[in-house]
Design a protein around this ligand. Structure first.
Ligand code: BG6
Length: 491
């Protein structure tokens, strides 16, 4: 996607260098890029953390983790050792300004075209880190900061982060990660929509009855109770990942693949989302919380029995929302968004449902049109595109049957699929912001979810229970039924 090129040299500094994200995702991603020859000859990686490791101890720790998380087929002792030759570790307390001299010194020993600071830390540290980096002059135009979610808890806290970071770094130096934007399959949405003239005439209210976007997970909250209890599914998944997917489905064709052109179109979609009044929240949203049940035949605990969760928790682990976009292309077309933990399977997909034929000449008894045509775009785990439509069942009677044309990406492209963080890190190194969330997008997304958060907060009825291993509370099906629709898996 990027016309930008890798600089001759760069420093990539990881704050939170001993944490899960760096050890399980970011270093393995950079190793893959190194292995594939996608990095310049002399990359330089610096990990920072409060743990008292020396360099050898740090390398031993990350090597063990990387071996666990990289697929065996991708592992090479020799390439990993070569990669580690570019990696160092320094003990730094990010809250103590005096300690930044250590980093400054390390960077002076490796002068590079770009200095990138990846803040894989709690958001409360964003402001002090940016301030202390700037205190060392590490905010000059060749410096970039990378922020991971959660980018705020609500509109006000998100705006406060923006203001704190913005005091030292310009917007073009700030990369806000939504890892869904780095997924191959999400990129492919752009190719499908804007690389073909075929779909464009159909991609509008005239031909589409409703759009369904689902990110379902089998997993519960695991050991993340402390984080999740104060967050919930709306903040964790809807405000970011689901709204970003909605933007890619609904946006107008951008003028080019340029960062600003793409993001200019996405923000227009967010601005057109119909805001929720209190009564809309009650009728157009569903929140749920899983109780004990079974996943793949194995019993699993309910949310209230998970570690660190108070017995009276009202945190939602499931959300379904009917969103509407007030513009010429989409007026009147519901976009149903859904996400949840402890659902029957891990799946992320977008289903575009087309209208039924305007006049049916085939008798319903002959199987006609019970389910209108649809396009199913499976983003993960097994990426495919299926176009469902009707054909005649062979035989002497005129009977219809719904069938699908199927493109299975793994079968068609027998090549390794890049991990999201490989693409995202390469884009940061190249200075391409197209796949990163711009400040106005972030703010608008919070603006849209905030009335839902507020209404839920004041509504004492709390989330509806659903049994682990099911598709959420029955109210989720009812949300669509009131409009005459059903979720894709219910067809
Ligand atoms: C993260 C959420 O952003 O996305 C997690 O914090 C969630 O709760 C994860 O499990 C899902 O990502 P993926 O790539 O596995 O679909």
């Amino acid at each position: 996607m990027s016309p930008h090129s890798i600089p001759e040299s760069f420093n990539l500094v990881f704050f939170g260098g001993t944490g899960d994200l760096v050890t399980r995702k970011l270093l393995p991603a950079m190793y893959q890029c190194h292995k594939n020859g996608q990095l310049p000859g002399k990359p330089n990686f610096i990990s920072l953390g409060r743990h008292d490791y020396d360099r050898d101890q740090y390398l031993a720790m990350v090597t063990e983790k990387a071996k666990q998380f990289l697929p065996g087929a991708d592992w090479s002792d020799a390439v990993w050792a070569d990669f580690c030759a570019h990696l160092s570790y320094y003990r730094i307390d990010a809250e103590i300004p005096g300690e930044y001299a250590i980093l400054k010194n390390a960077l002076e020993q490796a002068p590079a075209e770009a200095n990138i600071f990846f803040l894989s830390v709690a958001p409360s540290l964003f402001a002090p880190i940016c301030t202390h980096l700037a205190g060392q002059g590490l905010n000059s135009p060749n410096c970039r900061v990378v922020l991971e979610k959660p980018l705020g808890y609500d509109l006000a806290s998100s705006n406060a982060i923006t203001a704190d970071v913005g005091r030292h770094y310009q917007e073009k130096q700030v990369y806000r990660i939504d890892h869904y934007l780095g997924k191959e399959s999400v990129q492919n949405l752009m190719a499908l929509r804007f690389g073909n003239a075929l779909f464009e005439p159909l991609w509008r209210r005239m031909w589409i009855s409703n759009v369904q976007i689902t990110i379902a997970e089998e997993v519960g909250i695991g050991t993340r109770g402390g984080f999740y209890e104060g967050t919930g599914a709306l903040r964790d998944m809807v405000q970011n990942h689901l709204l970003q997917l909605l933007c890619f489905v609904a946006m107008e064709p951008p003028a080019s693949l340029d960062s600003e052109a793409v993001r200019d179109e996405k923000i227009k979609v967010l601005q057109c989302l119909v805001p929720f009044a209190r009564e809309d929240v009650m009728s157009k949203t569903v929140r749920g919380q899983y109780r004990s049940g079974a996943i793949a035949g194995q019993p699993v605990a309910g949310y209230l029995d998970e570690q660190g969760i108070p017995p009276d928790s009202r945190t939602e682990t499931f959300v379904a929302i009917k969103a509407e976009i007030a513009n010429w292309r989409w007026a009147g077309v519901p976009f149903y968004l859904r996400t949840g933990k402890r659902l029957p399977e891990r799946v992320a997909e977008i289903v575009i449902n087309f209208h039924a034929v305007p006049h049916q000449i085939f008798p319903l008894s002959a199987g006609a049109s019970a389910t209108p045509c649809k396009l199913e775009i499976r983003l993960q785990p097994n990426e495919y595109i299926r176009l469902y439509f009707y054909v005649k069942t062979p035989g002497d009677k005129m009977e219809l049957q719904q069938v699908y044309l199927d493109l299975d990406f793994a079968a068609y492209f027998k090549v390794r699929r890049e991990e999201a963080y490989e693409r995202l890190l390469l884009d940061i190194i190249r200075g391409n912001q197209a796949l990163f969330v711009r400040q106005d997008e972030l703010e608008q997304a919070w603006r849209w979810v905030e009335p839902i958060l507020d209404t839920w907060e004041s509504d004492r009825s709390g989330p509806k229970q659903y049994t682990a291993g099911t598709w959420g509370p029955s109210a989720s099906s009812a949300l669509l039924l009131q409009d005459g629709f059903r979720w894709h898996e219910e067809d």
